[in-house]
Design a binder for this molecule. Structure first.
Ligand SMILES: Nc1ncnc2c1ncn2[C@@H]1O[C@H](COP(=O)(O)OP(=O)(O)OP(=O)(O)O)[C@@H](O)[C@H]1O
Ligand SMILES: O=P(O)(O)OC[C@H]1O[C@H](OP(=O)(O)OP(=O)(O)O)[C@H](O)[C@@H]1O
Length: 221
C-alpha cells in the first residue's frame, strides 16, 4: 500500500452532490485551495502553504483512494461506503447529504408485503447492501446492477423492484413508484486511511476536532 506523501495531507473529495458541501466545510476550518470549485477540471489542487492536497474523484472511487493510501482522508456517503466494503476508519458524521436507502415497487393496487417479492429481480446501484437486507429477511433475490436512473427498472420491466436512495421522494412520485421497505439512513462521512491515521495522527486529530466544533456550532445555530 501507498501512504500519501508525509509532508502533505491528501483529501479525496467526491464529484457530484457532496462536492460543494465538502469544499465549503473544509474552507470553514481554513482548508482552502485556489481553484477548488465545481467548474474546475483540475483533479489535484494543492495548497502549498498549508500542505494540503485535494484530489477530486468519481464518488464511488473515494473509498478506494483512501483504502490504498493514495488519499489520507476522504468524504463519502455512508451508502457508498457500506457498499464498497472498504477497510477504512470512519471518523465523523458530517451531517449533510442526508437521504435514506429503501426498496420501492411500481405502484401496486393493494398494499404489498415485502415477502410478496421473494425470488424477483431488484435493480440497484447497491447490490451488496440490498443482498444483506434481503438475506436478513430470508429472501433470495436476483440483483441487477445499474449505475443510475434506477427508477427505470420496474417501469420498463427490467426488474420488479429497486433498492435506491430517496431524499425528497420526488423521483419516486414522478415515476409512480412506492417505497415499501426502509433499509438505512445515510449522510456524508469523513473517512481515513488506517496507516495515515497513525502516521499523521496529530494533524488528522486536529482537523477532526476543528470540523467537529464547526458542526456542533452549526447544529446549535
Ligand atoms: N437525492 C440524492 N440523490 C443521491 N444521493 C444523495 C441524495 N441526497 C444525498 N445523497 C448522497 O450523496 C451521495 C453522492 O450522490 P451523487 O448523486 O453525487 O453520486 P453519484 O451519482 O454516485 O456520483 P457521480 O456523480 O460521481 O456518478 C450519495 O451517495 C448519497 O450519500
Ligand atoms: O428523492 P429524490 O430527492 O427525488 O432523490 C432521489 C434520486 O436522486 C438520486 O439520483 P441521482 O440524482 O444521483 O441520479 P442517478 O439516477 O444518476 O443516480 C437517486 O438515485 C434517486 O433517483
Amino acid at each position: 500500500m501507498q501512504t500519501s506523501d508525509m509532508d502533505y495531507l491528501t483529501v479525496a473529495l467526491p464529484k457530484g452532490k457532496l462536492f460543494s458541501l465538502s469544499a465549503e466545510l473544509f474552507a470553514k476550518i481554513g482548508y482552502t485551495a485556489e481553484g477548488l470549485s465545481d467548474q474546475s477540471r483540475k483533479l489535484i489542487i494543492t495548497n502549498e502553504e498549508k500542505k494540503i492536497r485535494f484530489i477530486v474523484s468519481k464518488t464511488a472511487d473515494v473509498p478506494t483512494y483512501v483504502e490504498y493510501g493514495a488519499a489520507d482522508i476522504g468524504v463519502i456517503g455512508k451508502d457508498v461506503l457500506m457498499e464498497s466494503g472498504k477497510d477504512v476508519y470512519e471518523l465523523l458524521d458530517l451531517g449533510f447529504g442526508k437521504c435514506h436507502l429503501m426498496m420501492a415497487v411500481h405502484k401496486p393496487e393493494r398494499r404489498p408485503k415485502l415477502t410478496d417479492y421473494a425470488h424477483t429481480r431488484v435493480a440497484t446501484k447497491f447490490p451488496h447492501i440490498a443482498e444483506q437486507f434481503f438475506n436478513e429477511h430470508g429472501m433470495q433475490m436476483e440483483y441487477i446492477k445499474l449505475n443510475g436512473s434506477i427508477e427505470l427498472g420496474p417501469i420498463v420491466g427490467l426488474s420488479e423492484s429497486i433498492v435506491d436512495i430517496v431524499e425528497t421522494g420526488t423521483t419516486l412520485r414522478e415515476n409512480n413508484l412506492e417505497e415499501i421497505a426502509y433499509i438505512m439512513d445515510a449522510t456524508a462521512r469523513l473517512i481515513a486511511n488506517r496507516v495515515s491515521f497513525k502516521l499523521k495522527f496529530d494533524r488528522i486529530h486536529a482537523m477532526v476536532e476543528d470540523l467537529r466544533q464547526i458542526l456542533e456550532s452549526e447544529a446549535k445555530a
